[in-house]
Design a protein around this ligand. Structure first.
Ligand SMILES: [Zn+2]
Length: 51
């Protein structure tokens, strides 16, 4: 099995999250997402730029 690849580009109102434990990525409209496998809080990889 290949490692997790980037999912399709997220919609404008979605953000990309990655699980620090298993590396799973997903897009979500939520501000916080927990990995369904690890129950770990996923990191937001597409943090909005404050500029
Ligand atoms: Zn995980």
């Amino acid at each position: 099995m290949p490692t997790w690849s980037d999912p399709a580009p997220c919609d404008d109102d979605e953000q990309l999250f990655e699980c620090p434990d298993c590396g799973k990525r997903l897009c979500s409209e939520r501000s916080t997402v927990s990995c369904g496998r690890c129950e770990t809080e996923m990191q937001n990889l597409s943090v909005p730029r404050p500029e």
